[in-house]
Design a protein around this ligand. Structure first.
Ligand code: URA
Length: 238
């Protein structure tokens, strides 16, 4: 159980002081009834809290899947450039949200946004080997040697040895579309792996985290909640 003013402040852009005013103005309802005092207690699992008639998401932690568009930073906040958090609608505003893991500014696709640090650590920790799947368009053919090099561990141009990764071709041609599956997440890793094989990445999209694919119905910049079942999939529990 948590105080209503505290929840209002953590789930909206209002401060705790503002929250008290909202309550006094009769703009807050708990299970349909007007809230009278800021210290009324809310059950995060069972209650419905509304501000100006709109329900707030009460669950303790939020897990979101976003299809990040190119040109947006996968950072929490940036003074100059738009970030994935700036794209979130009002219903998903709450303190403590951050993108779990980074995609380059020009990379598209699956970004997991949460306020659950422990969960993020489990998805990102190199020890857990949660695979990340990417689709990449590159500027030349995929050779057998490249597939073998990815499978045995590419040596990057600075000498860093990558863990084994899967590479396969999805669409042949002068600029083939490839699928890459990594179990680690070094800076610019996909681009640097291809570069060390003499190829440039022209376009890159993350299409899955673990066994959870990016929802194909999400357009660029769109976001939706990850279901409880999908959380288990992400954690490799089903
Ligand atoms: N590898 C890259 O090169 N860039 C990304 O954004 C993610 C993986």
């Amino acid at each position: 159980m948590e105080r209503v003013d505290k929840i209002l402040a953590s789930r909206t852009d209002f401060s705790r002081k503002d929250a008290k005013k909202l309550i006094a103005q009769g703009r807050v309802r708990l299970n349909g009834r007007l809230v009278c005092a800021p210290d009324e207690k809310v059950d995060l699992e069972a209650d419905v809290l509304q501000l100006d008639g709109k329900s707030l998401l009460l669950q303790k932690h939020l897990y979101l899947m976003m299809n990040k568009p190119a040109g947006v930073l996968s950072a929490a906040r940036d003074p100059k450039q738009p970030t994935v958090l700036d794209l979130l609608g009002e219903e998903y505003r709450r303190t403590g949200l951050f993108p779990a893991g980074r995609l380059d500014k020009d990379t598209e696709g699956f970004v997991l946004i949460t306020d659950d640090g422990e969960f993020a650590h489990r998805i990102l920790s190199p020890k857990r080997h949660v695979p990340k799947t990417y689709h990449a368009r590159i500027d030349g053919p995929v050779t057998d040697q490249m597939v073998e090099a990815f499978a045995s561990g590419v040596a990057l141009e600075d000498g860093t040895l990558c863990k084994p990764a899967q590479l396969c071709v999805l669409e042949d041609g002068g600029e083939p579309l490839c699928q890459v599956v990594l179990t680690q997440g070094m800076y610019h890793q996909v681009k640097r792996m291809f570069l060390s094989c003499g190829r440039r990445v022209l376009w890159l999209k993350r299409t899955a985290i673990g066994a959870l694919p990016l929802d194909k119905t999400l357009g660029p910049g769109q976001v939706r909640k990850i279901t409880d079942k999908e959380i288990l999939l992400l954690l490799g529990k089903i």
